[in-house]
Design a protein around this ligand. Structure first.
Ligand code: FAD
Length: 509
């Protein structure tokens, strides 16, 4: 590792998921010096493996999680307004299944959902007459009634990177492929040992340590901080499958299952349907989480309950799995464990503090980050104001309803752009799309074409501005162009990245 570091950071964050990157942005925005280390790629843990909903969590009402649901409902429009390129509203269709939750119960839940918090732009719930609604067409059963309500969609992995980018633009040091091997207290500071991908080690110092290691939060306490008998989180695996699209409209379905769970079917990347999620206890190293054949069968079965077009394991074009690091509140069933977050500070008077982050949701990351930085401020004293609720994330500086206008403006400046490509660029980069296209006047100026909507100029941007290093970072996290790539195209991208590396090495030699 050849980076140079500040002598002593105010704040050191372990983990480059949504919580770590959100906290880094909030802390540096308030004037603290911040360093964050992520052992793999940004968002390579749970934060790229979610259902990608910015939602209150309708089913959490059943577990009386009113505080969490209210906060999350309010956050929907806040997050949409700071990142309208990667977050947008969705309507959810909830068919009323006569043998499952009664209609009055769903109506009550949705009434609360509409009125608990902060809904200004998102439309409220309505009842659908399924006899003549398009949403009934792909379904196999004759549902007479369904409810339709609002939540939002988020490109989760990009939300993480944009928080990291903004934090770095404000002065935070973001280190990827850098594992925090150990952290010990020494003379009122944390001495933190980092290990790079090449195995080289380096020590940095910080006054305040934040453990935002997600599913690895206990592992870091046990191995990195050397604490005994650590047991704060319950690891619950959730998996998703992606199949060719099962319906043509732009609404989602929320399907109740006989076992009390719910499964979403969501339009995904134009040509696909995303189906998830499962809920099962997990033990072992979260790095090795993989969808099981039972989970694939469960999700296919759940979809087959409702859709007339039947699917099976062979139809799955891609799948992903992730671990929920739920705070262990002693609930007996995985789906009953609280989804709320818990922040705990350790450190006696005069000792350097350690703040552990347990649980949380993508939706509440900003509120969690505010609470974390309030704890930091109660140690250091208050710093400058910084409102992450109104400062757009990179590329998100346009109106929430302005997506189509942005696409048109981009096409006006670059008339050669195909519509689909322009939409791809605005959906991923918002107003930063202009940085990617630069002075291009035709497709020849965008460099090598790799397949899908991916040209060399975008790859170069992802490498230089978004810490992307491998084909996987680019095809499965910064974008989902992996869904459209053929094997030879992936190899061409890998080769291109190796050549970029070699060129950078030659330049620095
Ligand atoms: P992570 O994203 O896992 O980040 C922790 C990071 O720490 C990892 O990248 C890891 O590599 C790094 N790390 C660990 N140890 C070290 C170390 N020693 N040194 C350096 N780095 C280290 N929430 C919603 O709001 N909406 C949803 O629709 C939704 N759906 C979900 C569906 C599923 C299946 C799951 C599992 C979760 C879902 N969630 C959802 C919850 C949400 O995804 C998580 O709460 C959130 O992503 C957790 O983020 P995190 O930053 O705590 O953890």
């Amino acid at each position: 590792m050849s980076e140079t570091y500040a002598d002593i950071f105010d704040v050191f964050v372990v983990g480059g998921g949504i919580n770590g990157c959100g906290i880094a942005r909030e802390a540096v925005g308030r004037g603290f010096s911040v360093c964050l280390a992520e052992m793999n790629d940004l968002a390579s843990g749970t934060s790229s493996g979610s259902t990608k909903l910015v939602h209150g969590g309708l089913r959490y009402l059943e577990y009386y999680e009113f505080r969490l649901v209210r906060e999350a409902l309010k956050e929907r429009e806040v997050l949409w307004s700071i990142a309208p390129h990667i977050i947008w509203p969705l309507r959810f269709v909830l068919p009323h299944h006569k043998e499952l939750r009664p209609a009055w119960f769903l109506r009550l839940g949705l009434f609360l959902y509409d009125h608990l918090g902060g809904r200004k732009l998102l439309p409220g719930t309505k009842v659908l007459n399924m006899a003549d609604d398009e949403a009934s067409k792909p379904l196999s059963q004759n549902f007479s009634k369904a409810f339709e309500y609002s939540d939002c969609w988020v490109n989760d992995a990009r939300l993480v990177v944009l928080n990291a980018r903004d934090a770095a633009d404000r002065g935070a040091q973001i280190l990827v492929r850098t594992k925090v091997v150990s952290a010990v207290r020494c003379d009122g500071l944390w001495q933190i040992v980092l290990e790079g991908a090449d195995g080289a080690r380096k020590t940095v110092n910080a006054r305040y340590l934040i453990n935002a290691a997600g599913p690895w939060v206990d592992q870091f306490l046990a191995d990195g901080v050397r604490q005994d008998s650590v047991h704060n989180v319950r690891l619950v695996q959730g998996s998703h499958i992606i199949v060719k699209k099962l319906f043509d409209h732009d609404r989602c379905y929320i399907f109740q299952q006989g076992d009390g769970r719910i499964v979403f079917a969501i339009p995904y990347e134009d040509d696909f349907t995303l189906i998830g999620t499962t809920d099962r206890e997990f033990s072992g190293d979260p790095t090795n989480v993989k969808i099981s054949s039972e989970e694939i069968d469960y999700l296919c079965g759940a979809a087959n309950e409702y859709f007339s077009q039947s699917i099976e394991a062979g139809d799955v074009v891609w799948s992903y799995s992730a671990i929920r690091p739920l705070f262990d509140d002693g609930a007996s069933k995985a789906q009953e464990a609280t989804r709320d977050y818990v922040l705990k500070v350790e450190g006696e008077d005069g000792q350097a503090p350690l703040l552990n982050i347990f649980g949380g949701k993508i939706t509440t990351y900003r509120k969690l980050s505010e609470s974390a930085v309030e704890k930091i401020e109660s140690f250091f004293g208050e710093r400058q104001g910084f409102s992450t609720n109104s400062v757009p994330l990179p590329g998100g500086d346009f109106e929430v309803t302005g997506f189509d206008i942005q696409v048109q403006s981009l096409k006006n400046k670059y008339p050669f752009l195909q519509n689909e490509h322009a939409r791809h660029l605005v959906r991923h980069y918002g107003t930063k799309a202009y940085e990617i296209l630069g002075k291009a006047r035709s497709y020849d100026d965008l460099g090598e074409f790799f397949g899908g909507q991916l040209w060399a100029c975008e790859v170069a941007y992802l490498v230089s501005r978004e810490w992307a290093l491998s084909a996987e970072d680019i095809l499965w996290r910064r974008t989902k162009q992996g869904l459209r790539m053929k094997p030879g195209q992936v190899e061409a991208l890998e080769l291109f990245l190796q050549n970029l590396d070699a060129r950078a090495e030659r330049l620095s030699a």
